[in-house]
Design a protein around this ligand. Structure first.
Ligand code: LMR
Length: 400
């Protein structure tokens, strides 16, 4: 039966961790998979999470199934975090919400429910976008199209090209947007640009599908949710995939949620029932542990404050690393301007290396990044920065 199936190569992002683990070079640097590391190189369990976990262990009385939409109380936390306490769509009962196995689960669930609503619907994704968007949405049967987003030469968002392309998107198509900390380029829409995309969506009738995997890693918790909140206020339908992997550091717990804003309360109720039915056919119900921690933190003022502080520290550390890298590259490669790295936000930026140069970074210096030269800045450390800059200077020497 399985004869026709060939062995596949490792995942282009997750496979990097395996290659890194097996590399014996003591100077190796892992800038591959998007996980945050602290100054000691560890991806920490946040103190607020640790405390919520202790509370959960004391207070949890059962491991019986959760309700189909997930852990009780967690969806209120999801909505409050993503949309704010007072959002009109919440007051109008227009947000269907279910917990999902991570942000990936949310995207896949979204794709399946879109399929039910409009078979083979078209989703426009930015060039570039996160590599895993393609299988997550495409495998459900949606058709993927691309709109220009990042100018690789100038290292900026090409907003005019983006708007010109979106201006051709027909009503009923979907447009995938990154709420903040664009993965893989780190170039985000400004509030003004969000307003213009929202106006265009209203005018043309396309539906935003927003991936919010880094809330709090860019400018702040509120700022990073500006786009989704605005769109949910001004448009009849918005789909929001939420991940708690990064901002709660819950990667392996697979904690996330899908929130769909419907045109009115009745439609939203129908969407909620469809979400539960799709989830039942995929995995029945979401894992509870991560969502229970998010809910526990959100419901305790003390833990919530502690979590916000820890998140702010992570955000500031990434920004400091970005700044230090720009300064170090300024010394190592005097002829080139890497200032864009400090202007970009979140975990990722492109170094602007060719695939062959990325291969040399790996072979000669044991520095790991995806083939398109995306680096996870949050995986860097101050004591590695000059080593990284020197390696970059060396591999691009011929073309400076
Ligand atoms: C990444 O882009 O590195 C992260 O979002 C992890 C993943 O699942 O790809």
């Amino acid at each position: 039966m399985f004869e026709p199936l060939p062995k596949l190569p490792n995942d282009p992002i997750l496979g990097l961790s395996i290659a890194f683990r097996d590399d014996p070079n003591p100077d190796k640097v892992d800038l591959g998979v998007g996980v945050y590391r602290d100054a000691s190189g560890v991806t920490p369990v946040m103190a607020a999470v640790r405390e919520a976990e202790i509370q959960l262990q004391i207070n949890e009385t059962t491991k019986a199934y959760t309700p189909p939409a997930g852990y009780p109380g967690a969806n209120e936390a999801v909505q409050a975090l993503a949309f704010g306490e007072e959002h009109p769509a919440r007051q109008q009962q227009r947000i269907a919400t279910v917990q999902t196995p991570g942000g990936c689960g949310a995207l896949r669930l979204a794709a399946e429910v879109i399929q039910r609503a409009k078979h083979g619907a078209r989703v426009w994704v930015s060039t570039p976008t996160w590599a895993n968007h393609v299988p997550l949405l495409g495998s459900a049967g949606l058709e993927l199209k691309e709109y220009p987003y990042y100018d690789f030469e100038r290292h900026t968002l090409d907003f005019d090209a983006m708007m010109a392309a979106l201006n051709q998107v027909p009503a009923g198509d979907l447009v995938l947007l990154h709420a903040s900390c664009h993965n893989p380029c780190g170039a985000d829409l400004s509030p003004e640009q969000w307003r213009r995309v929202t106006e265009l969506a209203a005018e043309r009738g396309f539906v935003p599908l927003i991936d919010m995997a880094y809330q709090g890693f860019g400018e702040g918790l509120e700022e990073d949710a500006y786009g989704p909140r605005l769109m949910a206020e001004q448009l009849p339908e918005v789909i929001l995939a939420v991940s708690f992997s990064k901002n709660f550091g819950l990667y392996r717990e697979r904690a996330g949620a899908l929130a769909i804003v419907g045109a009115d309360a009745a439609q939203t109720e129908a969407i909620q029932s469809q979400l539960l039915s799709v989830a039942r056919g995929l995995y029945s119900m979401p894992p509870a542990h991560g969502s229970a921690l998010v809910a526990g933190i959100w419901q305790s003022e003390e833990l919530r404050g502690r979590w916000r502080d820890e998140l702010a520290q992570m955000r500031e550390r990434i920004q400091a690393l970005r700044q230090a890298l720009v300064e170090s590259l300024g010394r190592a490669v005097p002829g080139r301007d890497f200032g864009f790295i400090a202007r970009e936000r979140g975990m990722f930026s492109f170094l602007g290396l060719s695939e062959a140069e990325v291969a040399r970074m790996k072979a000669d210096y044991s520095i790991y990044m995806t083939d398109n030269s995306r680096i996870n800045v949050a995986g860097l450390n101050l004591d590695k920065i000059d080593y990284l800059s020197a390696a970059i200077a060396e591999v691009i020497k011929g073309r400076v």
